[in-house]
Design a protein around this ligand. Structure first.
Ligand SMILES: *[C@@H]1O[C@H](CO)[C@@H](O)[C@H](O)[C@H]1NC(C)=O
Length: 337
């Protein structure tokens, strides 16, 4: 995906490169109507926010349509159109269409406004100018800013089929992560010794410090198991989440799971989901050196300023005590409201 953008960028910087890439399938040609490369090759947003994907005309043909599409390489079947518009009409399509409009800041503006961003909105978008003769397009990336978290079943390691992993992420206010999201998380410090499903049905794990128990002394990086059988193979999940509209707070106490639920209810809140705790840690630097119950029955705590007496690990992160017996009267409560 990124390669396509880089190809387009380089080819407009160096005229000789168009000759080199002329034989490529995605040979970029010099565009007559659209500004290429787009004003920004990457746009960043958060869940719930709004973004503008830029697409500018430099010359206006007499008659044309603008068509925006989300490119989904894993998807088979018809292309994923968001909207088509001409001088008179605007027609939204699919799931994203109702949240989309053209910005129309001026007569040369074909930029797309996307409102109330969702976790799955990240990816590659294409702005197409259709005039029936020389159709042109530019592509750009929308990146949803967020955090990747590994998630394991309460029954232990490697319990989820692909579908179960997907549901587990949704249940924790997330979605299965993409390879790009896992890769970025690895560059930001995610080192995890258990393999998990990604959205495209492949299985990977990110390693920063190679060690014998984690696949041996291979190079650091994203280790891959490749595509697996979605119905038969079982792994953990890598989930992705972003900003939340509410906030997480801690109530201290020595609660059982049920008491922790009540403690949140008394504050007109609910026990937090794992994704909500990660979002608070990632976006608000939430730091609380106390284990607390979450809604899935796990006990965790978020650390932004690592210190010896708080779990002892040198890196920031959300620590887990796993899934203790719900009768254990030991932990506080992480609530979300
Ligand atoms: C997004 O846009 C809508 C309407 O266009 C506006 O009401 C809302 O406040 C905007 N949200 C943010 C987070 O800017």
């Amino acid at each position: 995906m990124n390669c396509a953008v880089i190809l387009l960028l380089t080819s407009s910087c160096f005229t000789w490169s168009s000759a080199v890439y002329a034989t490529n399938r995605a040979a970029p040609k010099k565009l007559k109507y659209l500004i290429d490369p787009p004003v920004y090759a990457e746009v960043i947003g958060r869940r719930g926010g709004n973004v503008t994907l830029p697409c500018m005309l430099k010359t206006k043909p007499n008659h044309y349509k603008v068509k925006w599409t989300k490119l989904e390489p894993e998807r088979v079947g018809p292309e994923n159109i968001i909207m088509i518009s001409n001088a008179h009409a605007f027609k939204p399509y699919g799931q994203v269409g109702p949240r989309a409009s053209l910005r129309n800041a001026h007569t040369m503006d074909a930029s797309l406004l996307l409102r109330r961003l969702q976790l799955e909105d990240g990816g590659t978008y294409r702005c197409e100018l259709i005039n029936g003769i020389e159709d042109e397009n530019v592509v750009m990336e929308l990146r949803i800013e967020g955090v990747v978290f590994p998630y394991q079943s309460k029954n232990g390691r490697y319990q989820f089929t692909f579908q179960e992993a997907k549901e587990a992420c949704t249940d924790q206010d997330g979605t299965l992560a993409t390879y790009d999201q896992l890769y970025r998380a690895w560059t930001e410090g995610l080192d995890w010794c258990n393999a998990g499903w990604l959205r495209d049905g492949t299985v990977h794990y990110p390693i920063i410090r190679p060690r014998p128990v984690c696949g041996g002394e291979l190079l650091p990086g994203i280790r891959t198991y490749g595509p697996k059988d979605k119905n038969r193979d079982r792994f953990d999940a890598f989930c992705f989440t972003s900003q939340t509209s509410g906030s997480v707070f801690y109530i201290s106490g020595s609660f059982s799971f049920e008491q922790a639920e009540h403690a949140c209810k008394r504050q007109f809140a609910e026990l937090a989901l794992v994704g909500q705790l990660y979002a608070a840690w990632h976006f608000q630097n939430y730091d609380q050196c106390d284990g607390g119950w979450l809604r899935d029955g796990s006990v965790r705590f978020p650390i932004s300023n690592p210190r010896r007496r708080c779990g002892g690990l040198p890196e920031a992160g959300v620590r887990s005590f796993g899934f203790p017996s719900k009768m254990t009267h030991l932990y506080g409560a992480y609530c979300y409201r």
